[in-house]
Design a protein around this ligand. Structure first.
Ligand SMILES: [Zn+2]
Length: 236
């Protein structure tokens, strides 16, 4: 019996099957800079720190005395570890502690429990917000980070009572909020520390670390030329 030769069509089909078979089902972009449709070049170049603003000056106080805590230094240590993690991930990112909020570019505010519009949150942060001179030129930026010390009832701890967050949780939370304070938006993937919403809880609960995508996104953000006319994202 004569063997039937492969036609070019079947080779093409075999190749297509091979390629499809090798690529992941949900192929991720190498970074998530364009994951939020309302953010684009104009937003990015305004909401990031100037190179001259590094090291970023951070006011990181001890939690206030009226907040019932066994260890008042642990949360501060957790945020310091988070700052170190960003620096280790990309040494361009540097922080420096300052003694007063007045000297700070980023102010950390501790809350026993944190609520926004009646909704419990573990934390939130401002993107670097522009400060303009009298001519309207952006001269520098500021940011604030709100961090809860206790998970509100019904959140990830699934408790009826507010439960104190542990070192790992505060550190993971601080890495995420510092990411916003550096200008990062939410990632579309829970493997990144900037994964938002449910992704974020998955991220925290799985003790994930800063990913290659987090770093790639940050590098692309800070690599956009200031006077770029080219749209960074294709969706606008
Ligand atoms: Zn977030």
């Amino acid at each position: 019996m004569r063997k039937k030769a492969f036609s070019p069509l079947s080779w093409g089909l075999a190749l297509a099957i091979l390629v499809l078979g090798l690529s992941p089902v949900h192929a991720l972009e190498p970074d998530y800079l364009c994951a939020e449709k309302d953010k684009n070049t104009h937003f990015f170049v305004r909401h990031r720190w100037y190179k001259k603003e590094f090291p970023l000056k951070v006011y990181l106080p001890l939690p206030a005395a009226q907040i019932p805590l066994k260890d008042r230094e642990m949360p501060v240590e957790a945020v310091l570890t988070a700052m170190q993690s960003w620096h280790n991930a990309w040494p361009f990112i540097r922080f420096q502690l300052v003694a007063t909020p007045k000297e700070a570019s980023i102010e950390v505010l501790w809350h026993e429990q944190h609520f926004y519009k009646g909704q419990g949150r573990w934390g939130d942060a401002y993107f670097p917000e522009p400060i303009k001179d009298h001519k309207g030129k952006i001269v520098r930026h500021w940011s604030k980070i709100n961090l809860a010390l206790m998970a509100h009832p019904g959140s990830a701890a699934f408790a009826q009572q507010p439960v104190p967050l542990n070192f790992q949780e505060i550190r993971d939370l601080a890495i995420h909020e510092l990411g916003h304070a550096l200008g990062l938006i939410h990632s579309d993937d829970g493997n990144d520390v900037m994964g938002g919403g449910n992704h974020f809880l998955v991220t925290v609960l799985n003790k994930r670390n800063i990913s290659a995508r987090d770093v790639a996104t940050l590098k692309r953000l800070y690599g956009i030329p200031i006077k770029s006319n080219k749209p960074v994202c294709l969706h606008k």
